[in-house]
Design a protein around this ligand. Structure first.
Ligand SMILES: Nc1ncnc2c1ncn2[C@@H]1O[C@H](COP(=O)(O)OP(=O)(O)OP(=O)(O)O)[C@@H](O)[C@H]1O
Ligand SMILES: [Mg+2]
Length: 351
């Protein structure tokens, strides 16, 4: 007869590669049932977009089979962010708010923010994207929703656009094309608060926020208006972009916002002969990550499809999912999800 203790014992030998602890100490195992040689339990993942899901399930199943002699192992996998209190605003809940920032303009922030959001959704998470770039809200065009007009179905909450499997709200929905926004300080703060509370976001695992470039007052008040769980910074490998990104890293650190890592975009162009042309220099992103003591999340190559997509409302993670650039974005989104669950776990440990 297999006992619950034997199952727990077997699962305490399975290590989560991100958190470096076993599934039992991480309290990831619940509801163990044993019926003869059949074992079932719930595996509670720490992130909804868990890149390790298949591996953890396989390792857990194998451990229980080999160590208890069970013939059948049924695993129900759910996700719950450990100890993180999701931010609740009315009926809206935000598991994690990820800000995408950069020191310099034009380095690919909006491209990264939108593809990152969609990649997280493709991995099974509920995702929202908020375009907070008051200088140049590009998200509506990039996602092909520039004709969208937000409205309320019930006279209460406003419906976000739904595009490419995610919910989207842009500051661009509220301004006329070509008219610059002059929102500052308190006005900007209340606009952002309304974006979070007045739209029908529902329960989101991740809200990705596209910030305007730079580290001026506007960026500062935006970063302070948002309950950011972590920021990712986009840079090109070029020295001037890297210097500006370093300032952005410092800004977030001063605000107490953890920097989840650095993303290097337009890192190289692959030539037909397979060689790499480094248009903006080499290694800037990695060097910045080392200098600021934050993880390097990866390099996205230059890809002409991204340029063409940008104007047509298409996203590379969808329409060229096999391309090296899309693959790089997937790898980055998995690392971002992993960094967030590591942080949430560390917070629980510290409490
Ligand atoms: N990896 C890439 N390969 C090719 N083109 C890219 C890549 N990343 C971004 N681009 C292109 O570079 C331009 C700038 O990108 P994007 O708008 O995402 O930058 P941004 O940092 O959000 O700019 P801004 O500071 O104006 O908000 C766009 O035309 C986009 O299509
Ligand atoms: Mg942008």
């Amino acid at each position: 007869m297999i006992t619950t203790e034997q199952v727990l014992q077997a699962l305490s030998n399975v290590i989560d590669p991100d958190l470096h602890k076993d599934l039992v100490s991480l309290q990831m195992i619940e509801d163990i049932h044993v019926d003869g040689e059949k074992v079932s339990f719930t595996l509670v993942l720490t992130t909804p977009a868990c890149p390790l899901r298949t591996q953890l399930e396989r390792d857990a199943r194998e451990a229980v089979m080999t160590q208890t002699g069970a013939k059948e192992v049924n695993i129900k996998t759910i996700s719950r962010t450990p100890g993180a209190k999701p931010l609740s605003l009315g009926d809206n809940q935000f598991g994690h708010v990820i800000a995408v920032g950069s020191g310099k303009g034009g380095v690919g922030k909006s491209t990264v923010a939108s593809n990152l959001a969609i990649s997280l959704a493709q991995q099974g998470a509920n995702v929202g994207l908020m375009d907070a770039d008051i200088y140049g809200p590009n998200i509506p065009r990039m996602l092909g929703i520039d004709e969208f007009h937000p409205a309320s179905k019930d006279g209460q909450k406003i419906q976000p656009a739904i595009a490419h499997g995610i919910k989207v709200v842009s500051i661009g929905f509220f301004v006329q094309e070509g008219q610059p926004l002059i929102w500052r300080g308190p006005l900007l703060h209340s606009a952002i608060q309304q974006f979070l509370s007045d739209f029908d976001w529902g329960c989101l695992d991740y809200l990705v926020v596209d910030l305007p470039p730079g580290t001026g007052d506007v960026q500062l008040s935006l970063a302070q208006s948002l309950p950011i769980s972590g920021a990712v910074l986009v840079t090109t490998p070029q020295a001037v972009a890297v210097d500006d990104a370093y300032r952005a890293t410092s800004m977030f650190e001063k605000l107490g916002v953890p920097v989840l890592g650095i993303i290097e975009n337009m890192a190289f162009l692959e030539l037909p002969d397979g060689s790499r042309m480094t248009l903006f220099g080499e290694g800037g992103g990695k060097a910045l990550a080392e200098r600021s003591g934050v993880p390097f999340l990866g390099s996205i190559p230059f890809d002409q499809q991204i340029v063409q997509n940008g104007d047509r409302g298409l996203l590379i993670v969808e329409n060229h999912a096999e391309s090296p650039a899309a693959q790089a974005i997937h790898t980055i989104s998995r690392k971002v999800a992993a960094e967030l669950s590591k942080q949430a776990y560390a917070r629980v440990q510290g409490e």
